[in-house]
Design a protein around this ligand. Structure first.
Ligand code: ADP
Length: 448
């Protein structure tokens, strides 16, 4: 097992990793930018190192500074969390070259799955169902038009190197292709240094269902069932739950087996997620995330295990103690992402939190690095807390979530807490009538 782990991240996930390390008896090193010196991850880690100024490029994304911090503090492993460098093959490669274990997949696997067009081809070749579309990147708008005519409109253009919903465009007719192609490609080039786009059929009303995977370095791969993440805005998740009310036992089993099959095809040996879209009872591979995800706690709740600890143990070369048959689903769990954002326009609302009271009580977990007096910096993600509940049934989770949201007090900045309460009261949400377009009804232009 590792002696000391450096956490190349900030916020709630840095704290989450510190908790896992403490329970495993591992020392921790926090890194922080200039503006994060008062952060809780800095306070609760055993050691801390300042890695640069506020802009991420100069601190949390600065590989040289992170490696120097690991060397100075004598850390034998680095946990990248999610976001930042968690899916950077280059970072994983540099860690390897410096004899520091990267807690994640090999650089080759990250690179392969990080290119979404290639990942899709790889999964297709392994027999995993994929959404009809191009085999790899599409070079020109004319080629995109030709393919779209075959696939049938509407289609979606997606960035090969994409993430966070950037570089995506839905196209409903050929006349819109030229313009959409140029803007999506420009957006992708600016965000990811890679303007490549691929094209696929746009599914009108799908559900986003993903399967949690866990592997070890001894060739074992299991799945921990699904999470439903259909409640999204701007293609980004807002509410996640496990299990999904859309799956019957047979589809659940098929999706789980396909995900394990896909993971084995790329020799997967750590925690990861295979994302699918589900429509009319059919599911299609969308992408693989080769890291721990924001929404991992709902899986921890229903499967009764600690995914971050499992991930660290797998990276240290330990053999998994679970077999697929040991994985059961206990009750239901739901997560609301509490963001510092204007709830109407979905734009960030940074600033100082003056009052902060997190809910508690039976079945409630709050993963957060915020506190009264904490400054939500405009430099980083607007997620300030994850409110997670568990209950015997989905109906119990909804009631519990509602009462927890109602006693969650955050003042000084805008948050989306009130909007989450509205969703908990929405008859379609309660009935489980979900799709990735569910949130459109809450857009200002659709409000009466
Ligand atoms: P990113 O990596 O940017 O998060 P994803 O490929 O995971 O992108 O897609 C994010 C979301 O975009 C999905 O959850 C879904 O809502 C929507 N989406 C992506 N591809 C399609 C598609 N072919 N049809 C309909 N919606 C899609």
């Amino acid at each position: 097992m590792f002696r000391k782990v450096l956490i190349a991240n900030r916020g709630e996930i840095a704290l989450r990793i510190i908790w896992a390390c403490k329970e495993l008896g591992i020392k921790t090193v926090a890194v922080h930018s200039d503006v994060d010196s008062d952060s809780l991850h800095v306070r609760f880690a055993d050691e801390n190192v300042c890695i640069g100024p506020a802009p991420s490029r100069q601190s949390y994304l600065n590989i040289n500074n992170l490696i120097s911090a690991a060397e100075i503090s004598n850390a034998d492993a680095i946990h990248p969390g999610y976001g930042f460098l968690s899916e950077s093959p280059e970072f994983a490669r540099v860690c390897e070259a410096c004899n520091i274990t990267f807690i994640g997949p090999s650089p080759e696997t990250i690179a392969l799955m990080g290119n979404k067009a290639e990942a899709k081809l790889t999964m297709k070749a392994a027999g995993v169902p994929t959404i009809p579309g191009s085999d790899g990147p599409v070079p020109t708008p004319d080629e995109a038009k030709r393919l779209a005519a075959d696939i049938g409109y509407p289609v979606i253009l997606k960035a090969s190197a994409g993430g966070g919903g950037k570089g995506m465009r839905v196209i409903r007719s050929e006349a819109d292709m030229e313009m959409a192609f140029q803007t999506a490609s420009g957006e992708a080039a600016a965000a990811f240094n890679n303007g490549d786009l691929y094209i696929e059929k746009y599914l009108e009303n799908p559900r986003h269902i993903e399967i949690q995977i866990l592997g070890d370095k001894h060739g074992n791969v299991i799945h921990l069932n699904e999470r439903e993440c259909s409640i999204q805005r701007k293609h980004q998740k807002l509410i996640e739950e496990a299990p999904s009310c859309a799956l019957n036992a047979m589809t659940r089993k098929q999706m789980g087996e396909m995900a394990v099959h896909g993971a084995k095809a790329v020799n997967y040996a750590t925690a990861g997620t295979i994302e699918f879209l589900l429509e009319d009872g059919k599911f299609y591979f969308m992408e693989m995330n080769t890291r721990i995800q924001v929404e991992h706690p709902v899986t921890e709740n229903v499967c009764n295990l600690d995914l971050v600890k499992a991930q660290i143990m797998a990276a240290a070369g330990e053999k998994m103690t679970w077999r697929q048959k040991d994985i059961k689903i206990w009750g239901h769990s739901m997560e609301c992402r509490i963001n510092a954002e204007d709830p109407i326009r979905f734009i960030p609302s940074p600033g100082r939190i003056t009052t902060f009271h997190a809910p508690g009580g039976p079945g409630v977990r709050v993963d957060t690095a915020a506190y009264a007096g904490y400054f939500v910096s405009p430099h980083y993600d607007s997620l300030i807390a994850k409110l997670i509940v568990r209950g015997p049934t989905r109906a119990d989770s909804i009631m519990r979530m509602k009462r927890a949201l109602e006693s969650f007090i955050v003042e000084g900045i805008k948050t989306n807490i009130a909007m989450h309460i509205k969703i908990m009261d929405d008859p379609d949400f309660i009935a489980g009538n979900l799709s990735t377009r569910f949130m459109e009804r809450y857009l200002p232009e659709n409000q009466k």
